[in-house]
Design a binder for this molecule. Sequence first.
Ligand SMILES: *Cc1c(COP(=O)(O)O)cnc(C)c1O
Length: 352
Amino acid sequence: MYNLERYHKLKSMVSALRRVELGFFPSELYYLENLSEKYEVNLYLKRDDLSGFSTFGGNKIRKLEFLFGDIFNQGAEHIFTFGATQSNHALQTALACRRYNLNPILYLVDVIGEGLAEPKANILLDQILDADIKLIEMREDEDEFEAMGRAEELALKQAEEISERESDYYLIPPGGASPIGTVGFINAYLELKKEEFLQNLNFKNIFLAVGTGGTLAGLSAANSYLEDEINVQGMNVTFKDDHYPAEMAELASKALKSAGIEFEVKADEINTDNNYVGDGYEIPSTEANKALKLFAKHEGIFLDPVYTAKAAAGMLDYLKQGRIEKGSDLLFWHTGGTNALFAEKKILGDLV
Ligand SMILES: *Cc1c(COP(=O)(O)O)cnc(C)c1O
């Protein structure tokens, strides 16, 4: 059981924040009959891959609902954000901007080094949306985080050139992982608790892919504040160092604070795992591609090679190792990203 009094408090505090209704929520809680039988658990998907509102949604829509509430409070018109060239977050930000007649400016780091010659998947859609795209090529002595840092400096410079008034522009961090964006996943956790109750379920574990960490921080914040017993297990898709749980605990606490709740999430309440990253971000792994094909073949469900397939490979390995109780209710948060199936071959690897 969890703390019901805190549930109602958190729900009313989050509901009081300004938010735009971008997605189709609650997202479906979807039972996977064949994989449940195969692994002797009750496996459900939380279908944020179908979040709407456009054809290609995903987990960033939940964060953008609260970020755009904040943008409207501020009155900004020029919206900057950051990611890799195939960033799902950048695409979803551009979609939301078009929906609300704002100007999307995307700083995209070319992690895979394919440029813009033959745009595919998200970078193609960004162009159809006529987003202002700034391509950041990686320097030889730089990793993707350093390149992203450089992109943020360049964006701030451009923002200051566009307008002298700070309120005219808004910089959304990579993945939308600001405290206010993270509230989207506090809200998502509350949504899940309601579905769980109505459908008489009792989840023991939630698995999800971790990129910037806003999704994990939001779910963990609500989980910790509600004193809930569910284990929220993040699976990293980029290598994280030992400071990472503390950083995510801080983000989780700040997200609660932006909803008006003073509560400290502790680093040991943040669970992540580096074992299923493979060789790095946007580098395909054999295990992930196997998991992707398994979901397709047994359920007719698509995952993506960059995020969800790596997380699913981790979850399947936990199942094989007996780290998940047989017969228990198990949730995999499907964060979307399947447009990557139409991305560059470098991202797909040995998939076909
Ligand atoms: C961004 C993204 C994630 C990771 O979410 P974070 O909040 O950045 O950790 C997972 N899956 C998909 C498909 C994504 O696009």
